[in-house]
Design a protein around this ligand. Structure first.
Ligand SMILES: Nc1ncnc2c1ncn2[C@@H]1O[C@H](COP(=O)(O)OP(=O)(O)O)[C@@H](O)[C@H]1O
Ligand SMILES: [Mg+2]
Length: 269
């Protein structure tokens, strides 16, 4: 199962194999969230597409924004495609965080683009896409990423995008096309995946069950119940191209620093 995605992103996998061990540090895209980079042995392998999975309110949007702002800090241009919330709402929420630096948005190092506005401009029905609409949208996405020469790309969320497609077959087709487009773009991507709150022990990473096959990595944002308190957790489920920790970390979202990770102490420690 784990390797299914390799069929789709063969070109990229070969590229990664060629790079081999020399990739190490400079082959990594640092998230800038120190503890996460440590868990990833330096960062996300460059060119990877990572699925950031969690239920509503788990911190997906915040983490992705921080990834782009931190990237800008390192001189890497990024683009955030939103389809879940309108631009003004997204900006208003993110402005409350200490890590947010408006100048990166003003300088064009962080580009926030509302996919619904793009689909309106393309003359698409923004609630329902047919096969041609989906292809057109994918083309625009790719053109924007190419033109801006972005190193970091976020789509928030892949779930909302798939929701607008009308059959499982279309969703499958779209996901695979997206996978090969991303493989050819040379940027490091985070796709968010919105799932209903999971029961303990339940392993589900996407609504449609196929999103994970185009992903080189899966990061799961969940929570655990600890003596009556609900604690946010972050766990790296898989990440091609690097060794990584698989242990759950406790995750906190603070106004000052955004995402903060600390070791999750086992009960009784
Ligand atoms: N300024 C803030 N300071 C601290 N925590 C915040 C702030 N803004 C939002 N949060 C927390 O982040 C959560 C939402 O995170 P978000 O990234 O939007 O989640 P998701 O995208 O997974 O739905 C909120 O439920 C709240 O707990
Ligand atoms: Mg969100």
């Amino acid at each position: 199962m784990e390797e299914d995605g390799a069929l789709i992103i063969n070109e990229k996998s070969n590229y990664k194999k060629m790079e081999g061990d020399s990739m190490k540090e400079n082959g990594k895209c640092k998230t800038g969230i120190d503890e996460l980079d440590r868990k990833l042995d330096g960062g996300i392998p460059k060119g990877n597409a990572v699925l950031m999975v969690g239920s509503s309110g788990s911190g997906k949007t915040t983490l992705c924004m921080q990834y782009l702002i931190n990237g800008a800090e390192m001189g890497e241009r990024g683009v955030f495609f939103t389809i879940t919330e309108p631009l003004f709402k997204l900006t208003k929420n993110i402005e409350n965080f200490g890590f947010y630096k408006k100048k990166y948005v003003e300088d064009g190092l962080v580009n926030i683009i509302d996919l619904r506005i793009i689909s309106e401009r393309l003359g698409l029905n923004s609630e329902k896409y047919n096969v041609e609409d989906a292809s057109a949208l994918l083309e625009v996405l790719k053109d924007i990423a190419d033109e801006l020469e972005v190193k970091r790309l976020v789509i928030d969320s892949i779930t909302a995008l798939c929701y607008r497609l009308q059959s499982d077959e279309m969703i499958r087709d779209f996901i695979f096309k997206l996978g090969s487009s991303l493989a050819g773009m040379g940027c490091t991507t985070i796709l968010t995946s919105e799932i209903p709150p999971t029961k303990p022990g339940e392993l589900k990473y996407s609504k449609y069950g196929i999103e994970e096959f185009i992903a080189d990595g899966i990061i799961f944002l969940g929570d655990v119940n600890r003596r009556g308190d609900i604690i946010r957790t972050l766990q790296i489920i898989k990440m091609r191209g690097t060794s990584h920790s698989r242990t759950k970390s406790a995750m906190n979202i603070s106004s000052k620093n955004g995402i903060e990770l600390t070791p999750l102490l086992k009960s009784g420690e």
